[in-house]
Design a protein around this ligand. Structure first.
Ligand SMILES: C[S@@+](CC[C@H](N)C(=O)[O-])C[C@H]1O[C@@H](n2cnc3c(N)ncnc32)[C@H](O)[C@@H]1O
Length: 196
């Protein structure tokens, strides 16, 4: 079993649903893994923690990993279990429960890093309404270092395609991972956007 299958299996064993298409998510993470070393990662929209747990598989040992979710009761059990496991595995992990659009939440994200440091990688997967995902991008890209990567789930779904069209030409590089469109299997495309 490879690193990815092992991490997916851990999620299944802990009844943590990963809201990603297994093929697209693996391809996207492998692309990122080949491009950068992730010492600091942020995820906005962690749900039960499945994607955060799997993402840790491409992070450097002891990486700083921060997840944000508005913390619906159905999600928080899984997310806290993922946090505990990642800490056990040596990652410097914290979860911020809050609405990503609130200033308190972005302030907490800013405080989650030592002064002057930025994230190498950001995964945006919270609300997919155009205005919300745009706000998440505008707000949280400021916490990403130049040449860092931002990953969007659902670039073929809801409000994300409109944002992607607006921002794709402003990237240093983009990569699209898509196996077609199938909402039932979460095959809704992943876009990778490198900050100039
Ligand atoms: C599609 S799910 C994330 C799936 C997760 N990344 C995974 O792959 O398992 C979206 C999550 O974003 C959260 N969410 C939606 N809008 C949000 C917002 N404005 N602020 C914070 N979390 C939000 C929801 O609570 C939900 O858990």
């Amino acid at each position: 079993m490879n690193w990815y299958e092992e991490r997916w299996k851990w999620c299944s064993e802990h009844r943590i649903r990963v809201l990603q298409n297994p093929v697209e998510f693996k391809q996207a993470l492998e692309v990122v893994k080949d491009k950068i070393t992730i010492n600091k990662a942020l995820e906005v929209g962690s749900a039960r923690g499945g994607s955060l747990y799997i993402l840790a598989g491409i992070c450097a040992p002891k990486a700083r990993i921060v997840g944000v979710d508005e913390g619906l009761r159905k999600n928080s059990g899984g997310l806290n279990a993922v946090k505990d496991q990642l800490i056990k595995d040596g990652f410097d992990t914290s979860i911020i429960f809050g609405n990503s659009g609130d200033v308190e939440t972005s302030t907490q994200v800013g405080s989650a890093l030592p002064d002057g440091e930025q994230f190498d990688f950001l995964h945006i997967d919270a609300s997919h309404i155009y205005e919300s995902v745009k706000k998440d991008f505008d707000t949280y890209k400021t916490f990403v270092r130049p040449s860092g990567w931002i990953m969007f789930h659902d670039i073929k779904f809801q409000g994300v395609p409109k944002l992607w069209e607006e921002i794709k030409l402003n990237a240093a590089e983009t990569v699209i991972i898509s196996t077609g469109l199938n909402v039932r299997t979460c095959a809704t495309g992943i876009g990778l956007w490198q900050k100039p």
